[in-house]
Design a protein around this ligand. Sequence first.
Ligand code: SAM
Length: 206
Amino acid sequence: MNNYLPGNLYINTADYYDYDNREIIKDDLEFYVEYARRTKGAILELASGTGRVSLYVAEKTGRNLECLELSEAMVKRFQHKLETTHRRLRERVNVHIGDMSDFKFKERFEYIIIPWRALQYLPEQEQTIKCLSRVREHLAGNGVFIFDIFKPRTYDEKWLGREDVSYDITVNGRRIIRSTVNYAADTVKKTIQYKSRYRIMGGGVK
Ligand SMILES: C[S@@+](CC[C@H](N)C(=O)[O-])C[C@H]1O[C@@H](n2cnc3c(N)ncnc32)[C@H](O)[C@@H]1O
């Protein structure tokens, strides 16, 4: 088992994850489909969240997906989405609770993906190396492995403490504003920390 503390596990916020409608949240989807088409067989997605990429790729490629995710709340949200989608899709996507640095599947995959910076959720280099070793064990000889990481930048006084709104939407009479407040940066380890802030107004909630 891991001896580090997992960070944000979305316990109270998984239901708000998919409201983020920015272009940046959508413009990687076709990329994952394009590379999927260069491979065959089932696809493995690590840190799959609520299935943002998984469902799109499964729909577009008609392939089976195995999805691994640490947060029970995110898995619950993902499963809810599967239950409310058509059976053809539901039957091809399996979601598992687990740690991307410590997992085992019986098969090998020609296509393994870790979208949207999720690899950088592993706080220690040791965990990252373990994850990459597990990927290597599970990747077929001619396989493709894609992970997405953000570019290291300079995090200065202007960045620290700044608040950026990710979305401001109204759903069923409730206004939901999600923002991030930059909290800490380690330019050597190339990690950043921010606090997510959710403001929910109306519909009996304030
Ligand atoms: C920013 S979300 C990205 C989710 C999804 N890949 C997407 O593109 O929408 C990062 C996800 O990584 C998950 N995660 C963090 N640490 C993990 C770990 N050790 N193993 C598996 N998933 C993990 C989080 O719970 C979260 O759902």
